[in-house]
Design a protein around this ligand. Structure first.
Ligand code: ZN
Length: 189
């Protein structure tokens, strides 16, 4: 079975490289703190339930969010909020939002249309020059406004709508206690 999660909130370390040895204590720490709960697997799909403190660590915006924290039924079982660790052997460009806009992280100017072909990003780092301040930055250092991420390790919280929730200070503090510097972004399909 191929599971299609349709949207979510994803965390990744700002540094491109993240070894599996780095990931192990982090995952254990997230479980211990109650962000992630137990592992479940259905067919070939494996992920974690949210933990008992999840709702303290992710802040839902809006007055009465509809959050499913347990599988609704067998047929739609994956349409609920759960957590998946995704690890890639090489850093990748993880495009989150379909309509992606990116900005110079130095002066804030919009980087116009001419973005490089990011499908090749993992083999060759791309440098972009800001049209306004002329600052040169590699693509992962630009401001992607929570619409994309770059790296090899991602913690995906599936079935959160874009901008529906943000990480709490408690969660960011916890993540930073294992590894300094995190990015988060939303994806949609
Ligand atoms: Zn600039």
């Amino acid at each position: 079975m191929i599971v299609k999660n349709r949207y979510g909130l994803v965390f990744n370390p700002q540094h491109l490289y993240f070894s599996q040895a780095d990931a192990e204590p982090l995952i254990a720490g997230l479980q211990k703190a109650g962000f992630m709960g137990e592992v479940f697997s259905i067919d070939n799909y494996q992920a974690n339930l949210v933990g008992e403190n999840f709702l303290k660590m992710v802040t839902f915006l809006g007055c009465s969010p509809q959050i499913e924290l347990t599988p609704p039924d067998r047929e739609n079982w994956h349409n609920f909020c759960h957590i998946q660790i995704q690890y890639f052997p090489q850093p990748i460009y993880y495009r989150g939002m379909n309509r992606l806009r990116c900005f110079c992280s130095q002066c804030g100017a919009r980087i116009p249309d001419k973005l490089p072909d990011l499908s090749q990003w993992q083999v060759e780092q791309q440098i972009i020059q800001c049209p306004k301040c002329q600052e040169k930055r590699s693509v992962e250092q630009l401001n992607w406004r929570h619409g994309a991420g770059f790296g090899q390790f991602f913690i995906s919280v599936h079935n959160i709508y874009p901008n529906e929730a943000v990480p709490s200070d408690q969660l960011l503090k916890l993540l930073n206690s294992f590894y300094q510097g995190w990015n988060y972004f939303y994806y949609e399909t």
